[in-house]
Design a protein around this ligand. Structure first.
Ligand SMILES: [Mg+2]
Length: 367
């Protein structure tokens, strides 16, 4: 069960329509499939979604970091020696998505080697996660239609509204339109992706007090420390750190500085190992966690479900698990089903996302 080889395969799958938000937009999934093969012939897989405008990583930087820095140092190491593996990865700063995918691929190989689903190895708390759907920058009427369709087709009742635009009235009107059209039964929360200042975010909260919003994510740049702390102190709802807290160290800094009162965990940038550290920090301090989405494929979404369902705290809130619905295709062999607003964990050994080799051959961009 030693690591025999690590492969990084670039591929590109278009979205059916571009996804737009305050920090960027995405029209193609130009990701990297990371594969770890062991000396026993077990193959562990994970998806790496680059987000250059958020973390600076690109498809080629992920391949280079894994291929030239991590792989030469890790080949020959047992997949069970995770602390040794992380000691190697810690020598390189940043590159969270490269590290996260490699960590998940190794967990997938561990699950397959011991014949257990990874959600059990991580905690085994429950067997599914409730799904939250993201509503991006589009006219309010289209978002209302999208939310209705998600409710009718998949039973989804929790929606994240992407905000962070100027003038603020654009977002305030969208929030009001959605609450008015969807009624009181659905959960609505906001993600501004640093698009506002802290004071602008406070103004939006003041103007939407009757809209029953449950969370406000990344309202402004976390570097706006003093105003953001004031916002967090006065906000009636949890202020969630997402891209300002990709590591356990960042999460502890933001929580202790008063820059947030909840943390978004994304397995795409934390892997399962650092996500576990972040979760322990949050439960220890008594703050809420949410499972976020890095515009994940079905492979990445299943990893989020495996981690989120494994723990009590991460399964309390709906996870952001439906972005893959906007992809024109996926590399997964057995597609995800959303039923009654939930996605189930896989009971097969590993994370459960087996790869369709024909599709991989068709979409890989290195041949
Ligand atoms: Mg976010």
């Amino acid at each position: 069960m030693k690591i025999a080889s690590i492969e990084t395969i670039p591929y590109e799958i278009p979205y059916t329509h571009p996804l737009a938000f305050a920090s960027g937009s995405v029209s193609t999934a130009d990701h990297v499939l990371v594969r770890v093969t062991t000396t026993d012939g077990v193959v562990g897989s994970a998806d790496a979604p680059p987000r250059p405008y958020t973390y600076g990583e690109t498809q080629s930087s992920i391949m280079e970091t894994i291929g030239s820095l991590f792989s030469p140092a890790l080949v020959g190491t047992s997949i069970f020696d995770r602390e040794k593996i992380h000691a190697v990865m810690r020598r390189t700063i940043h590159n969270q998505v490269a590290k996260g995918a490699l960590d998940i691929a190794i967990w997938d190989a561990i699950g397959k080697t011991v014949g257990q689903p990874v959600h059990r190895l991580l905690g085994g708390y429950t067997d599914s996660m409730r799904v939250s759907h993201m509503l991006g920058f589009r006219p309010a009427a289209e978002l209302v239609d999208d939310a209705h369709r998600m409710g009718e087709d998949y039973g989804i009742t929790t929606f994240k509204i992407k905000v962070g635009r100027r003038p603020l009235s654009l977002d305030i009107e969208t929030i009001r339109a959605l609450r008015g059209a969807l009624g009181d039964e659905v959960e609505l929360y906001l993600d501004a992706n640093r698009g506002w200042t802290a004071n602008e975010a406070a103004e939006v909260l003041r103007n939407t007090t009757d809209c029953d919003l449950t969370m406000l994510e990344e309202p402004c740049d976390a570097k706006e420390a003093m105003s953001r702390r004031r916002l967090v102190d006065r906000s009636p709802i949890p202020v969630v750190a997402d891209e300002s807290a990709p590591t356990a160290g960042d999460a502890s800094r933001e929580l202790l500085n008063g820059g947030c009162s909840a943390i978004c965990i994304k397995t795409a940038r934390s892997g399962f190992t650092e996500a576990t550290e972040i979760l322990g920090l949050c439960t220890g301090l008594g703050v809420d966690v949410t499972m976020g989405n890095q515009i994940d494929t079905q492979i990445g979404s299943l990893a989020t479900v495996a981690f989120g369902a494994a723990h009590e705290a991460t399964s309390r809130r709906a996870g952001e698990l439906s972005n893959f619905l906007d992809m024109s295709d996926d590399l997964i062999l057995d597609p995800i089903a959303i039923r009654d607003g939930r996605i189930s964990v896989r009971e097969t050994a590993g994370v459960g996302a087996d790869i369709d080799e024909e599709k991989l051959a068709a979409y890989r961009s290195d041949r």
